[in-house]
Design a protein around this ligand. Structure first.
Ligand code: SF4
Length: 272
């Protein structure tokens, strides 16, 4: 595969965690993005597994009610469930030949439970915050590298903290690095919104359990992240060739990898 002159892999948490887990996986993701001319944005190649259907439906339901909140209305479980049901219908229509009835019932009741848990345990943490933004995909630059982020919700807390929140519908997967993800959000907020680092809080909110993983960051941690982004960008944007993105197979991660069908080392790892 030849690299076009403007080919470039931008930095995102998603790309970084993929590269950390297996450089070849980032190579395959970049190949998958080449159909529209080497898009410079991170690409979603995720399939519609039951987990991704649940995640999308819960996000859809929460986004709809956060939008109500932005308009000055009270978010409600009822509204979130209506929006999630709409999202589920679309997903089930796509999957109608593949999902058995009991799986549809299980996904529907799981989504309902996530939303109930959110409004019972988690929303009270936000209701006194001031709304800033939600579901916004945006970028900032680190030197000449474009860094993409998408925060599910940004708010200002009563104590003045700038709070960036990411909804998680499932337990961390093998590619997850919570600390890195939280620091990327903090770096974005530091660049764009809040010059006082100790006034920034980034957090992951798990709708599967009601758990909240929250972090403050130091300026030195953010400066370390800046150095990492610069270094990653240099490595990722050498000549785009398979050999510059070595495979690091492992039976468990290859079994979960979206690119297994195109990856011989991964197929060997999973067949042993
Ligand atoms: S299948 Fe395994 S070796 Fe291949 S890209 Fe995925 S994680 Fe890497």
């Amino acid at each position: 595969m030849e690299q076009s002159e403007d080919a470039h892999i931008d930095w995102s948490y998603s790309n970084a965690r993929l590269y950390d887990a297996c450089p070849r996986a980032l190579y395959h993701r970049q190949l998958a993005s080449s159909g529209d001319g080497w898009t410079t944005r991170p690409v979603r190649v995720a399939g519609q597994s039951p987990g991704s259907i649940i995640g999308q439906a819960v996000h859809h339901g929460l986004a709809a009610e956060i939008e109500e909140w932005r308009r000055g209305n009270e978010p409600s479980l009822h509204g979130a469930q209506a929006a999630a049901t709409e999202g589920l219908s679309a997903a089930f229509n796509n999957k109608r030949h593949e999902l058995p009835g009991e799986e549809v019932d299980s996904i529907t009741s799981t989504v309902k439970a996530h939303l109930q848990r959110f409004f019972r345990l988690l929303w009270p943490r936000f209701s006194s915050h001031r709304y800033i933004s939600h579901e916004e995909t945006t970028s900032f630059t680190v030197e000449d590298t474009t860094v993409w982020v998408k925060a599910d919700l940004c708010t200002r807390a009563e104590d003045g903290k700038f709070v960036i929140t990411d909804w998680k519908t499932r337990a961390p997967d093998v590619f997850e690095n919570q600390t890195l993800q939280l620091r990327v959000y903090a770096l974005w907020a530091w660049n764009e919104f809040e010059p006082e680092v100790d006034q920034i809080r980034s957090q992951l909110v798990f709708t599967s359990s009601g758990e909240v993983v929250s972090r403050s960051v130091s300026q030195s941690e953010l400066e370390t992240l800046v150095q990492r982004i610069k270094a990653d960008s240099r490595v990722w944007n050498r000549e785009f060739s398979r050999s510059n993105f070595p495979a690091q197979p492992g039976a468990e991660k290859c079994g979960q990898c979206l690119f297994l069908a195109d990856c011989v080392p991964g197929q060997q790892a999973t067949s042993n």
